[in-house]
Design a protein around this ligand. Structure first.
Ligand code: PMT
Length: 370
């Protein structure tokens, strides 16, 4: 990443801060011989794969629209062949002004991309459209931009089919009650999104969750472990990778009551029977896909995960220490220890989408080696 700052931007943040964050000198002047010696403004414009203007003020939008080249940002915009994303940031009245709107219409008709603005309370105390998107939202849009690019490096799963299970299963007790667990589906859905961004055709078999389907992903909703197994077996043909992220109930009620069980005795007992193991069933298929399991453990994490890797005959297992507060079940963050027959890697705590991307990169690498 290279950073270009305007003179006004430098009134708010020092170039040294952005130099430290980007790891490269910050460019700010068109006529700086030292900067030009490092990477001249034309070279900078040619180097970029994507130019993000954030914040794009009303003044800057007007000057880019007019084709000005009197300072480094507008000059870079004129000289680059890369797509340019504009992240407007201004007072809501300035944003609504016909001049700004005409500039935005003209810029988008010429191929500039608009990211935002968001709407809400503003630094000036007013409320309305014109807030710059949050930096994380801009990062996400940049990630999506690169994920949509077709290069093999960015789409390592292009042409591959991936089947992922996610969420909990529900094992009915009677028409109104069930046994389940705390899985929210977030980890499995993040894997589905990351795999799809990497170019895979993704089928997501999900237990009952409250999440929207990632774009481009085929979703099949199920309730019980048996439903999940049936859906997986109906869609497993020709899959290249199977990832079992669902928290599948190990047991179900042996006889589901057809009517609501009325309370009577002080105690009652439920007889449970073992559910089929979806992961092990798929792993035993003759033309099985590359098999990745998860292991949610509260103690002896490595030993149990390695045991599952071997016993379920998997290519890889992601061990999830669910005793650590703030990660795992129903959290936005997670951390994994990944094991495969010849190696292991720790993936430290981060948001589930980032972690999903890291796990999929490991899968791609290990699948290529097998
Ligand atoms: O959904 P979130 O809230 O985001 O939480 C994520 C998670 C904690 C659920 C996830 O990261 C995770 O650890 N998933 C696996 C949970 C689990 O059931 O682990 P397990 O150790 O009991 O099962 C081992 C493996 O066998 C898992 O891949 C599981 O999908 C699979 N299994 C288990 C039982 C069964 N009958 N069939 C299976 O396929």
């Amino acid at each position: 990443m290279r950073v270009v700052m305007s003179q006004s931007a430098m009134e708010f943040i020092t170039p040294l801060t952005l130099q430290a964050l980007s790891g490269h000198p910050v460019a700010s002047s068109l006529l700086d011989p030292a900067a030009e010696a490092a990477m001249g403004h034309i070279e900078l414009a040619r180097w970029a794969d994507l130019v993000i203007i954030a914040p794009a003020t009303a003044n800057l939008l007007a000057r880019i629209n007019a084709g000005m080249a009197d300072e480094l940002i507008t000059t870079t915009c004129l000289a680059t062949e890369a797509p340019i994303a504009l992240c407007p940031a201004m007072n809501q009245q300035m944003y609504r002004n016909v001049a700004t709107q005409a500039n935005l219409t003209s810029l988008t008709s010429r191929g500039f991309t608009l990211w935002g603005p968001a709407s809400g309370s503003q630094a000036c105390g007013e409320v309305g459209p014109g807030r710059m998107l949050e930096p994380l939202e801009i990062t996400e849009l940049a990630t999506q931009f690169f994920a949509q690019n077709d290069s093999a490096e960015l789409k390592p799963l292009a042409g591959k089919s991936v089947l992922i299970t996610a969420g909990p299963t529900r094992e009915a007790i009677d028409p109104v009650r069930y046994i389940s667990n705390h899985s929210s589906g977030k980890m499995g859905f993040a894997l589905a999104k990351a795999a799809s961004d990497m170019g895979a055709a993704v089928t997501l078999v999900s237990g009952p969750v409250n999440l929207s389907t990632p774009e481009g992903v085929t979703r099949i909703d199920v309730e019980s472990a048996q439903n999940m197994l049936d859906a997986v077996m109906n869609h497993i043909d020709n899959k290249d990778i199977f990832i079992g992220c669902a928290a599948v109930a190990d047991y179900r009620i042996s006889e589901i009551a057809s009517c609501k069980i009325k309370k009577s005795a002080e105690e009652m007992q439920l007889a449970l029977v073992r559910n089929p193991d979806i992961l092990a069933t798929v792993a035993s298929l003759p033309n099985r896909p590359f098999m990745v399991g998860f292991a949610a453990e509260t103690h002896d994490v490595e030993a149990y995960a390695r045991d599952k890797l071997k016993r379920k005959n998997l290519n890889m297992i992601a061990a999830n220490d669910v005793s650590i507060a703030g990660i795992g079940f129903n959290a936005d963050a997670n951390a994994l220890r990944v094991f495969w027959p010849q190696g292991s890697q720790d993936l430290p705590a981060t948001d589930k989408l980032t972690l999903a991307r890291q796990l999929l990169s490991l899968i791609v690498k290990e699948k290529t080696n097998t």
